[in-house]
Design a protein around this ligand. Structure first.
Ligand SMILES: O=C(O)CCC(=O)C(=O)O
Ligand SMILES: [Fe+2]
Length: 319
């Protein structure tokens, strides 16, 4: 009896199969849309399996990241300070969560979109930089970027169905979008001020949705409705998906941006890698409330994605 009660109260982020949407019957697709809307409304997170992001590429990316992060700081810093940290390297303990002065215990590298020469955003979004010390880095990360980008389009199409927007709505919004692949290294925490700083302090992501491919260790937690932290567990090869501030603005909080964090490890000698892909619209996209979400009235002022991004980067010390 007691066991049953526990079973019904235990909260766990729902797991969805992307294949059931891509290859499924209409009924499978309707179920996927219902499930993703439920997961993102109720948890702000879902876990995605059966996707096409190649785990071998992810493993290779982690190898090249290990090589890069092992370089002396003086070498890594050659790649820092690019356009508000939007490309290249951001050193350890620079980024901090909004309204929190204690820096996160992480360093990271940002890869952006490689735009066609004819794109109207050429010269508007910063150019990528690449570490010459790790020659394979560029190709591997561009391939990963592209497969995450393709997967994000499918997820947003499904979310668009749940939000009753025309099928082209999100596709147009993310065409030439300013999405960023962030490759994070959380070094061992030994010797750090682990009382005041954690690996990633409580925050919400800025963008529409975030897709995290297989972190190498646990530690990610979401803030649940009752104010407790719930571990977001995923198996190797799964992608964790969450909603960001831009989605909560568009949907008037129908799909809220869920607060999350990465806690320090119990073993202070262990390190962790993770690779969030932050899905951004193109910078002229309008984040005004969708008609299907207006309800009692829009809670947020109209703003473009580009202006909102700059506003938020300033708040986290990157701009
Ligand atoms: O490393 C993780 O698992 C999460 C990182 C994260 O939330 C972020 O960079 O916004
Ligand atoms: Fe995040």
């Amino acid at each position: 009896m007691e066991e049953d009660m526990n079973a019904t109260t235990e909260r766990k982020v729902p797991e969805l199969s992307l294949l059931s949407y891509v290859n499924g019957t209409n009924a499978d697709q309707v179920k996927f849309v219902d499930d993703i809307m439920y997961g993102l409304k109720d948890y702000g997170f879902i876990v995605l399996k059966d996707h096409t992001v190649d785990q071998k590429k992810v493993d290779m990316a982690y190898e090249y990241l290990s090589e890069f992060y092992a370089l002396p700081l003086s070498v890594k810093e050659k790649y820092a300070g690019n356009n508000g940290g939007q490309r290249g390297y951001t050193p350890f303990k620079v980024e901090h969560a909004k309204n929190n002065d204690n820096p996160d215990l992480k360093e990271f590298w940002h890869v952006g979109r490689e735009l066609a020469a004819t794109s109207q955003y050429k010269g508007v979004y910063p150019e990528n930089v690449w570490p010459t010390e790790v020659p394979e880095f560029k190709e591997t990360f561009l391939q990963l970027y592209n497969s995450m980008d393709t997967t994000s389009g499918i997820l947003l199409e499904a979310i668009g169905r749940g939000l009753d927007v025309p099928s082209s709505f999100f596709a147009e919004m993310i065409n030439d979008g300013n999405s960023i692949l962030r490759a994070i290294h959380y070094p061992p925490t030994k010797g750090e001020d682990t009382k005041n700083s954690i690996r990633a302090a409580a925050h919400e992501d800025i963008n529409l949705i975030t897709m995290l491919v297989g972190a190498t260790e646990s530690g990610l937690e979401l803030l649940d409705h009752d104010g407790t932290w719930l571990a977001v567990d995923s198996k190797p090869g799964e992608i964790v998906v969450d909603t960001g501030d831009m989605m909560s603005r568009l949907t008037n909080d129908v799909l809220p941006a869920t607060t999350h964090r990465v806690v320090n490890p119990t073993n202070d000698g262990s390190r962790r890698f993770s690779m969030p892909f932050f899905v951004h619209p193109h910078s002229k996209a309008n984040l005004s409330c969708l008609p299907s979400c207006v309800g009692e009235g829009a809670k947020y002022e109209d703003i473009t994605a580009g202006d909102f991004l700059v506003q938020r980067l300033k708040e986290i010390g990157l701009y």
